[in-house]
Design a protein around this ligand. Structure first.
Ligand SMILES: N[C@@H](CCC(=O)N[C@@H](CS)C(=O)NCC(=O)O)C(=O)O
Length: 202
């Protein structure tokens, strides 16, 4: 399988972590715009976003929730997507919450990268940061019940917190969210997470 990849994308990180947790890492060939013979992402995913996965059957899958669930269907071990019932809906909602933090965080980062500084909106950034704060508050309240996992919910939240540390470090969320910080410390030490810490290219 070919994974259209970026080392700094938190959505790609979700896929990489799911692959590692399910023993499928070796089945994924990571491709980037620099990989010879690889089509541009816009020719693979009309939204021109990573991650996108080309399966061994030639199907193209996106976005990260779909790719993660596909990978989870390929192994016989403990499932990261609970099959049914409240455990499933809880894990999917937690994934949505983590993805929402990522969506808001990415918008903050992109707003800060507008070349024309006059076009940057402090109000828009504050609006998105309020969503992140509100999500972190909700996660702090549920931290005691998050469990060690892993499932797709805990993996997504852990990747979201990793992205906040990577790109939105000024939020300084740990002191105001101590239970979540303690939970995240354990998650961040899982081998799949420790091996996929985002880094800007040198
Ligand atoms: N909902 C998508 C979001 C993917 C996404 O936004 N990826 C970013 C990289 S972090 C991207 O490729 N952005 C390029 C663009 O928006 O043109 C997912 O879960 O995979």
């Amino acid at each position: 399988m070919k994974l259209h990849y970026s080392a700094t994308s938190p959505y790609v990180r979700k896929v990489v972590v799911v692959a590692a947790e399910t023993g499928l890492s070796d089945c994924l060939e990571r491709v980037t715009p620099e990989t010879p013979g690889v089509a541009a992402i816009g020719a693979v995913n009309p939204l021109a976003k990573v991650p996108a996965l080309i399966t061994d059957d030639g199907d193209v899958l996106y976005d990260s929730p779909v790719i993660c669930e596909y990978l989870d269907s390929l192994h016989d071990g403990a499932k990261l997507f609970p099959a049914a019932g409240s455990a499933r809906w809880r894990a999917l909602s937690l994934q949505a919450l983590g993805d929402g933090v990522l969506d808001a965080g990415l918008l903050v980062v992109m707003e800060g990268r507008r070349e024309n500084q006059a076009e940057r909106s402090a109000g828009f950034v504050a609006f998105q940061k309020r969503k992140i704060s509100s999500a972190l508050d909700a996660l702090e309240a549920m931290a005691g019940g998050l469990g060690e996992g892993p499932d797709i919910g805990t993996i997504t939240v852990a990747c979201a917190l990793g992205y906040v540390d990577f790109r939105l470090n000024d939020l300084g969320w740990r002191s105001s969210h101590p239970a979540l910080a303690a939970w995240y410390e354990d998650q961040a030490n899982r081998p799949a997470m420790a091996a996929s810490v985002p880094q800007d290219p040198v």
